[in-house]
Design a protein around this ligand. Sequence first.
Ligand SMILES: *Cc1c(COP(=O)(O)O)cnc(C)c1O
Length: 392
Amino acid sequence: MSILGQLCPAPRLLLGPGPSDAHPRVLTAMTTPLLGHLDPQFMDLMFETQEMCRQVYRTKNKMTLPISATGTAGMETCLVNLLEPGDKAVCATMGYFGNRMVEIAGRTGAQVTRIDAPWGKVFELDQLRDTLKAVRPKVLALVHAETSTGALQPMAEVGKLAHEFGALVVADAVTSVGCTPVEVDAWELDAVFTCSQKGLGCPPGLSPVTMSERAMDAIKNRKTKCQSWYFDLSLLGTYWGGDRAYHHTGPISMVYALREGLRIVLEEGLETRWARHQRNHLALKAGLEALGMQYTADPKHQLPQLNAVRIPAGVDDLACRKRLLNEFGIEIGGGLGDFKGVAWRIGLMGHNSKPSSVLLVLGALEIVLKGAGAKIEPGAGVAAAEGVYAKG
Ligand SMILES: *Cc1c(COP(=O)(O)O)cnc(C)c1O
């Protein structure tokens, strides 16, 4: 076999549902020479990373650590540690990732009750209350930012409600952390997970998880061992807790990356970062709507970091996304599940939430949509976004 060429992919602007582009400082941090994973210097970096995860999650939870794998590993960690055969769980599902929680919760041997909101909608508190009252589950699991529909589930009151019925709340904050408010302690959330590659501006590979004391008590009171050895928090806690006992080899370069990504988030400040995501969302939204595109999520509950819009009638989904990628180097996401072929998903996450991303993707979309025969007014999208920025 001949020797392959050096790795040199064409540059991309990653405006899909993730991964988003890593911040250049994160990529630089990843080239730092390796340390041993039990090296005292690395242990200090682990403490620092955990402490910054707490700040970003707005929690004092002792059990706060990045799981060595992608966001789904955080989901699995929360569910397999809290649920054992015979337990009752309620999964409130409003899209593709809610379905994934149903699937994982079911595999623990728990009895899963699933309730559904139509795709693009969110749950009302009353609906959750009725279900909690009827089922009395150990766990209520729901997605905060449903990336498949672009809907943001209000969470501020959910923890308190669940605790009235003795249930623990598992929240998927994979797409919300670093983009929109996530207040783990104030919202009384018990088990929350996110990922490195969306709002935190790092490559995929780590999944920060945080567990309340309530959740840790439930784990201590399990009758059976956790079904997963790798994700067993009672074992992982010894590596990420004070003992630093070997469990698995820490992914050193990814911890460097996350440490730098979290530093960048905290330097900017969470409130400033949330406001930045909102501003760029409003500009993109004005632009997309000027091109006649409609959001799939309820207007009161749209995610700023993930703009899911209906593909205009008669426009070829794949051909348009291919043109965006090949001619403009821009990746946007296609639809998932019920929205496959129906929606496009434009992410403005972390480092990528900036005016240049908004104006570039709108300009490219205008050209591509026009070419695909859509009835649009060229220039209208970019002008509408510029108008939003001009207002300050
Ligand atoms: C991306 C995503 C996940 C899965 O994360 P991976 O890093 O792909 O494993 C889970 N939940 C939501 C809401 C997501 O957007």
